[in-house]
Design a protein. Sequence first.
Length: 222
Amino acid sequence: MGGSKKTMSFLKENKFTLTIYFFLLVTASYFMLTSGKVQIHLAINKLVGNNFMDTFFFYITYLGDGLVAPFLILLILFYNLRFGVTTLLTLLLSTGLANLLKYTFYDDINRPWFVFQWICREKITYVPHVNLHLFNSFPSGHSTQAFAIFMCLSFFATKNSFKFLFLLLALLTAFSRTYLSQHWLVDISAGSIIGTGFAAAFYFFIIQKNKFQKLNRAMIKK
C-alpha cells in the first residue's frame, strides 16, 4: 500500500514533464512505425544549414559527452550527496546497458554517414567540423547520458519551470545527435528510454523511499 502511494506521489510530482516526454516519445514512435529511418533522417536533415542552428547543436551535443558527465555529477554532489549518488548510479547503469546493446547485440547497426555514403547514396547536408562515426549506432550513448542526468535533475527539481528546463536540455542534446547525422531517430529514442527508465527507478527507490538519509547534505558542510 505504501509503495502504491509513493508511486502515485512520484507520478503526481512529475506529471508535467513526464506527460511532455511521453507525448514526444509517442509522436516519434508514430513516425518510426509509419516511415523508414532514412526518410525520417532526410526530413530532419532539411533543418541543417542554418548557421545559428548548426553552431547551437554542434555545442549542445557535448552535454551528453562522457567528458562532460563527470563535471555535471560533481556539481550535483557538491549540492547534495544523496542526489549526486542517485544520479551517478543512474548514469553508470544506463550507459552500461546502452554500451552492452551498442557493442554486443546491435553492433551491426550503421550510422547515417555510412548509410548515406555507401548504401542509399542520398546527398545530405552535414554540419562542418563534426567528426562523423560509421558504426555502433543503436542506441545513442549521448542521448542515454543526457536523459540519465537531466531527468534525475528534473525529478529532483520542485518547480515545473526547472523540471521543464532539464527535460528540454535532455531533448535538445538527444536531438542534436540526429541533427548532426551521428544517429537515427530510433537511436536517440531508445537512449532516452534507457536514461529516463533508470533515472525514474533510482529516484523512486532512493529518494522517494528516503534511503541514505545520512547523505542528504551538501558535500562540503558549512
